[in-house]
Ligand binder design. Structure first.
Ligand code: BGC
Length: 452
């Protein structure tokens, strides 16, 4: 197959039924974090702990999307996207995580969904994009056995409320992301650490993923149900056996931990003792059955590959990342390696699982140090990033992989978790003081690209 010239690709090369979307998440954009009956989320409380978020930024106002959603949906349309992926804030619907329903919260998402439909934009709704109700964290959060009942209740409320209007659902956003960063490394909310916390959070999350799918299937007619996974090609630093095995362990955690149980394969172990013990504990027939669900599509989210080296000093996983910067590789403002071939490779890796009806890229994008100048942001690097990644995606698609669509991360600069407002990923520039939006050159590039 001839190489694809990245400057020449057109959206129409992907076929007329290919889905083009742009994504956001409630806690990153909505603001109104302590208003209109919303309960606190773990990000509202975690961000107030000293030193947890860069420069002490808080998600309280974020992009004020709660008040500007109409204009923001208009931006989605203006940029040429047909799909808008957003998430529902659990504590806005259920301020205590369970029980009492917040009518204002219910109404807000009705209005948002109606606005999308009115503007001809198809909503893709994520049920959990990391903003757990703080009240549930007080009971142990994802480490508590009771979380599954609470989550199922939340899913059922949303499915019943919005199921007539919303057909496309994503149960969880990046389960490995929030269980590892939030319950093992402690750098994301709720800031817990250690293997015991991590593994119990993993198991309850894997149950939630499949239970959520089943509830949507039962409640929503003609639902298109997916869930999304973070994934990264794992590249061993050298061909030494120690590096190969270290890479295998990281791959087991980062790429396989949640998709394999969902596909009915049980937890992966990669011949690794820690994982074998965990898997044995949870591999009764009842467990395996409950962890399985026939998703209609699998969302994959890719930002970077990881180069991994054996390191005996790192507990348990004994693996260490050799950073892009230290290898003199191109990288974004987050230090994440820019490597479109690795995007292609990880799509292929996921496509080798049998029984995945469709793959969908539910997030991909890059942060740069954008500067607003005379109402313009010339983010040429971001355009180049998208051009290269989309060329890699087209290559995978032309080779016959069943990829249904692509969603760019993200509509506008927003609250980037522990990075606060310092990392800008948007196609639209957000002035966080005035809430003024400015379409960046990359947004204009998408507008043009999606027109051809
Ligand atoms: C998350 C987003 C986040 C993005 C960039 C993904 O892991 O789903 O919420 O903003 O990566 O870090």
């Amino acid at each position: 197959m001839p190489a694809i010239e990245k400057n020449m690709i057109k959206a129409s090369d992907f076929g007329s039924d290919f889905i083009w979307g742009v994504a956001t998440a409630a806690a990153q954009v909505e603001g109104a974090a302590e208003a209109y009956g919303k309960g606190l989320s773990i990000w509202d409380t975690f961000s107030k702990r000293q030193g947890k978020i860069k420069k002490g930024h808080l998600p309280t106002t974020a992009c004020d999307f709660y008040h500007s959603y109409k204009a923001d949906v208009e931006l989605v349309k203006l940029l040429g996207f047909k799909v808008f992926r957003f998430s529902i804030s659990w504590p806005r619907i259920l301020p205590d995580g369970k029980g009492r329903v917040n009518k204002e919260g219910i109404l807000f998402y009705h209005q948002l969904i109606d606005e999308c439909l009115r503007q001809g934009i198809v909503p893709y709704v994520t049920l959990y994009h990391w903003d757990l109700p703080h009240a549930l964290e007080e009971e142990g959060g994802w480490t508590a056995f009771s979380i599954n009942n609470s989550f199922n209740h939340f899913v059922s409320v949303c499915a019943k409320e919005y199921g007539d209007k919303v057909k496309n659902w994503i149960v969880l956003n990046e389960p490995f992301g929030f269980t590892s960063l939030g319950y093992m490394l402690g750098v994301h909310a709720p800031g817990k650490t250690g293997l015991t916390n991590f593994f119990s959070a993993v198991h309850h999350t894997a149950i939630a993923q499949a239970d959520g799918g089943r509830i949507l299937r039962a409640e929503v007619k003609e639902a298109n149900i997916g869930t999304s996974f973070s994934c990264s090609e794992i590249i061993p630093h050298t061909h030494s056996e120690a590096d190969l095995l270290a890479a295998k362990r990281v791959d087991c955690l980062m790429n396989r931990l949640f998709i394999e149980p969902a596909l009915g394969m049980g937890y992966p172990t990669a011949g690794w003792e820690v994982m074998e013990r965990f898997s044995i504990q949870h591999s009764t027939w009842r467990h395996t059955e409950r962890l399985t669900f026939d998703f209609d599509f699998i969302g994959i989210q890719n930002y970077f590959p990881l180069t991994i080296k054996y390191n005996a000093f790192i507990p348990v996983v004994q693996a260490w990342e050799v950073k892009a910067k230290n290898r003199k590789k191109p990288h974004t403002a987050m230090g994440w390696e820019i490597n479109p071939d690795s995007f292609y490779n990880i799509i292929r890796q996921f496509a080798t699982y049998p029984n995945i009806p469709q793959l969908m890229i539910t997030e991909n994008g890059a942060a740069y140090h954008d500067k607003l100048n005379n109402y313009q942001v010339h983010d040429q690097e971001r355009i180049a990033y998208f051009q290269q990644y989309l060329a890699a995606l087209l290559k995978a698609k032309r080779e016959g992989l069943n990829i249904a669509g692509y969603m760019a991360w993200t509509l506008m600069d927003n609250f980037e978790w522990a990075e606060g407002y310092n990392a800008r990923f948007g196609l639209v520039y957000t002035d966080f003081k005035t809430q003024q939006r400015t379409v960046k050159d990359s947004g204009l590039w998408f507008q043009d690209f999606l027109n051809h």
